[in-house]
Design a protein around this ligand. Structure first.
Ligand code: SAM
Length: 329
């Protein structure tokens, strides 16, 4: 998934920096990915630490992170995917509101994918409500659907708008294919809360923070993934993009970002804190240095990193991605 702010290509760098800053055996420590998104950073650590904790306020992220640690038997998973892939499409909410020839005229999916998504999503709900699958399997199937949908969405990679004409990948058939899961069983806890609230209730060893750093709001950029995951078909999609109601994250508000960050740092009950933040973000690197230095031993490193690219923008621009490190007093 081409996720906005994804650290997939930075995970190795982040791991090396953390490993070198922590003066203890990683295998004895817990790791918390508090703004987890796709969970790639926490997942990178799952084979190396004692336990992992993920959190994100977006429901799709919660589903994807739950699914990575699902214990569903591989054969059962594969045969269920086969069954779901054979379903005949139906005219449901996703078709009507977000698909070609649907009544709302939004072109997020071609006609057959829109109908197929409705059929698969309806079937998953039925399987769970009739106790044919448990919650663990339910999350795994939902995550599989979200990742499958993302591959055929007719967008420039985020869902705040759809393209006027179907792009090539949007004409491919949506297909449920097995998703990557944990390589090793590890104690894991997944939350779906506001980080500013959750941070007061948890404690651990290593805290990794990757909040949004500008006004790009994930609830609007990925609204359709939440809608497919929740399938709460009784709301009226708003505007051209068919948005659902959401509250803007404080980290996406220029006036609030600095205080919210400082509050997280102060409230956190973790010894080692690492913060990914971009040099073009709402909070300037020098201010972060000040804030973190006042709380303990501080260090910082950075890498040059290509800017987020959607399929519309093809620029080769670079930005500096900072990793601020704090060992709390
Ligand atoms: C830069 S992305 C994280 C990307 C992630 N590290 C990855 O590689 O996929 C920031 C994440 O913070 C989440 N977020 C924003 N505000 C939040 C809040 N107040 N509490 C919890 N999560 C929040 C967003 O939903 C988004 O997934």
């Amino acid at each position: 998934m081409n996720y906005l702010g994804s650290k997939v290509r930075l995970s190795g760098f982040i791991f090396e920096q953390i490993k070198n800053s922590v003066n203890e055996r990683l295998g004895d420590l817990s790791f918390c990915d508090l703004f987890a998104g796709t969970g790639v950073v926490g997942n990178f650590f799952h084979t190396k630490v004692k336990s992992v904790l993920f959190n994100d306020r977006e429901y799709y992220s919660y589903i994807v992170n739950k699914a990575f640690y699902s214990k569903v038997n591989g054969h059962r998973y594969l045969s269920m995917l086969e069954e779901l892939n054979q379903l005949k499409g139906i005219e449901g909410f996703i078709f009507e509101e977000y698909s070609e020839y649907g009544s709302a005229g939004r072109l997020y999916f071609n006609e057959s994918n829109g109908k197929k998504i409705d059929a698969i999503r309806t079937r998953i709900e039925y399987l769970y409500s009739s106790s044919q699958i448990d919650k663990d399997f339910y999350y795994l199937l939902l995550a599989t659907l979200l990742l499958a949908v993302d591959k055929v969405a007719n967008t420039a990679s985020v869902y705040c708008a759809y393209l006027k004409k179907l792009k090539k990948t949007a004409t491919y058939k949506v297909k449920m294919i097995p998703i990557q899961r944990a390589l090793k069983p590890v104690e894991n806890t997944i939350f779906n809360e506001d980080s500013s609230v959750l941070i007061k209730k948890i404690k651990g060893d290593i805290l990794y923070l990757d909040p949004p750093y500008n006004g790009r709001e994930y609830s609007s950029y990925y609204h359709l993934l939440n809608t497919i995951a929740l399938y709460d078909t009784n709301f009226i999609p708003r505007g051209k993009a068919g948005l659902r109601f959401y509250e803007t994250s404080n980290f996406c508000l220029k006036k609030e970002a600095e205080n919210s960050l400082l509050q997280i740092l102060t409230d956190s009950n973790f010894k080692y804190i690492f913060l990914s933040y971009n040099n073009e973000g709402f909070v300037k690197p020098s201010r972060i240095t000040e804030m973190m230095s006042s709380l303990g031993e501080y260090a910082c490193s950075y890498v040059k990193y290509p800017k987020f690219k959607s399929c519309k923008t093809n620029s080769k621009q670079y930005t500096e991605e900072y990793l601020h490190c704090l060992i709390k007093d």
